[in-house]
Design a protein around this ligand. Structure first.
Ligand code: HEC
Ligand code: HEC
Ligand code: HEC
Ligand code: HEC
Ligand code: HEC
Length: 413
């Protein structure tokens, strides 16, 4: 028979097993209790009551219970928002409070929730089933719910709910105009009117004086220089401040101050922060040409200017920023002065000849001529000649303009 020797260690195994057992029981109870405490249970209970009061017991029995989700494989989204927002697809709760309220009908008519989920428009954290987590108010979650409350804390000038439009523009980026995205539409119009493409590549084409903005939203907050920004240090606030006065954030910049209003600056900030690397499948891109092409009218007028007396300025790219009205060239952006009088104006403003100015330019032109349009000495000579031609044409037109006025006066006498 086997003989046992007494263990040299203290006999505590029973105690240990007892403690572990107790801990497991307590853990299980705590887990059950915390699971009971999820507020979605309460919202589901309440909603079932509301349905019962309004439509009767039968309907109420059909209200789903337990976590609910919409899984959209194409978008890689599993949105559990409807665990609490149960009333989304019901009629009759238009006036109920959140999260029970019926969803506005229009957005969902063109974007059914089965194929779009919720977070593709609203942001937030789809997987979560607790309010604050689902609404994205948690550390390390970079897609907060783009809600009215966030709009209020960003002090949006007009529509407090406008931040959501940044999400709309992930898919509607190539639309010139999207119904329901007023702020984004305003910003797109400004980008065209102010000629931002003179200096920036946007959606595949434009100049190289400023950074390529096509994926501006991928820039991490750490990459901004917040040292000159007062107030909230967010990417959004930085862009608003930069649009209002570029030099206040980037002292050496040649980006002009366009005197934007707060509404315009905020809309532009939303637009540039909607420009992400594309991660939705092509089928989700509304009316999807991959770049937003110039309209036929824009192309036609450019084509005409290309054939006229100011052709050189169009071919060389000066017309992107300058009109040369004496030669019939109209710049879409008009960022720089009309070059018809440059020969005289440069002499007056800088005290140098046009030749010297182009050789040693200052301000914006020093960036343009070193980065975007590099002229060889021969091309520079042509530029000077063309600018003189423009000035001659300008003087001739002015004489022609003043003479009929003079003869008109004589006739009146
Ligand atoms: C645990 C329950 C719960 C979940 C899950 C949940 N919500 Fe909510 N939601 C609420 C409650 C409660 C309110 C109203 C009170 C509030 O605004 O916090 C609300 C309000 C909202 C509002 C209005 C907010 C405002 O500021 O006007 C929006 C929009 C919204 N939710 C969207 C979502 C989206 C999108 C999801 C999924 C990512 C989601 N919710 C998930 C409970 C929830
Ligand atoms: C196509 C985009 C789109 C989708 C998809 C979408 N919504 Fe909305 N949602 C909107 C728009 C637009 C509004 C109206 C905002 C307004 O009134 O300014 C809205 C309003 C709301 C509101 C009320 C917000 C408020 O400020 O009063 C809630 C809550 C909400 N949606 C939840 C959801 C939930 C939950 C889902 C998923 C089941 C969902 N939405 C899917 C676009 C969408
Ligand atoms: C995930 C991509 C996606 C998001 C996000 C999205 N849309 Fe759309 N939207 C589409 C697609 C795709 C269509 C085209 C649907 C069709 O033709 O059946 C469309 C259609 C539309 C239409 C109808 C266009 C027409 O010509 O009939 C409008 C208006 C619209 N969206 C506005 C919005 C607004 C406003 C938002 C934000 C609240 C938004 N969309 C968010 C993809 C998206
Ligand atoms: C004359 C050239 C010029 C024009 C016109 C111009 N920009 Fe800029 N922009 C720059 C330069 C240079 C920078 C880089 C220095 C700085 O941050 O200002 C810049 C920076 C920016 C940035 C910050 C990019 C970053 O991540 O640092 C944004 C956004 C921007 N521009 C948007 C616009 C928009 C929108 C317009 C039209 C309304 C516009 N710009 C017109 C030259 C220009
Ligand atoms: C990206 C925009 C841009 C482009 C492209 C551009 N310019 Fe300019 N240019 C400007 C701006 C802005 C000014 C005004 C700068 C200032 O006052 O410091 C200017 C000023 C000038 C001046 C001085 C005008 C005066 O009346 O003081 C001349 C001359 C000039 N540019 C010539 C050219 C020529 C020639 C080309 C083509 C080879 C060209 N520019 C292309 C933006 C541009």
């Amino acid at each position: 028979m086997e003989r046992r020797t007494n263990s040299p260690y203290p006999k505590i195994d029973r105690v240990v097993i007892a403690i572990v057992g107790l801990a497991l029981v307590v853990g299980t109870l705590l887990f059950m209790w915390s699971d009971r405490a999820h507020d979605w249970r309460f919202y589901q209970y309440e909603f079932r009551q509301m349905v019962s009061d309004q439509f009767g017991e039968d309907k109420a029995a059909g209200v789903p219970s337990g976590p609910q989700q919409i899984w959209v494989a194409d978008l890689g989204r599993a949105d559990r928002c409807i665990t609490c927002h149960l009333g989304v697809s019901w009629k009759g709760f238009e006036r109920a409070e959140h999260p029970y309220r019926t969803h506005p009908v229009e957005p969902l008519a063109t974007h059914p929730i089965e194929t779009f989920g919720c977070t593709s428009c609203h942001g937030g954290q789809g997987w979560a089933i607790d309010t604050w987590a689902a609404h994205g108010e948690v550390a390390h979650w970079e897609e907060p719910l783009l809600s009215r409350s966030l709009g209020e804390s960003y002090t949006l000038a007009t529509d407090k709910n406008a931040l959501m439009q940044m999400q709309c523009n992930q898919c509607h980026r190539y639309d010139r105009e999207t119904k329901g995205a007023t702020a984004i539409n305003l910003a797109k119009q400004l980008v065209t009117e102010k000629g931002c493409r003179a200096c920036h590549v946007i959606n595949g084409y434009g100049g190289t004086i400023g950074p390529d903005l096509s994926e501006e939203a991928e820039k991490a907050p750490e990459q901004y220089d917040f040292s000159r920004l007062s107030g909230h240090k967010t990417s959004f606030a930085w862009h608003v401040a930069h649009f209002k006065e570029p030099r206040a954030q980037a002292p050496d910049t040649v980006m002009p101050n366009f005197n934007f209003t707060t509404e315009q600056a905020q809309s532009l900030a939303m637009l540039v922060l909607s420009w992400r690397r594309q991660h939705v499948p092509a089928a989700y891109l509304a009316g999807a040409p991959r770049t937003d092409p110039r309209t036929p009218e824009e192309l036609k007028s450019e084509e005409e200017m290309r054939k006229g007396p100011g052709a050189w300025f169009v071919q060389t790219g000066c017309f992107v920023c300058h009109s040369i009205s004496a030669l019939g060239v109209k710049s879409p952006a008009q960022i720089g002065p009309d070059l018809s009088v440059a020969v005289e104006d440069v002499q007056k403003r800088f005290g140098v000849t046009i030749d010297d100015f182009l050789r040693n330019p200052t301000g914006t032109m020093s960036v343009v001529l070193s980065r975007q349009i590099v002229l060889t000495p021969e091309q520079r000579a042509v530029a000077v000649e063309k600018l003189r031609e423009a000035f001659t044409a300008y003087q001739r037109q002015r004489e022609a303009d003043t003479q009929p006025a003079a003869s008109h006066k004589e006739g009146a006498l």
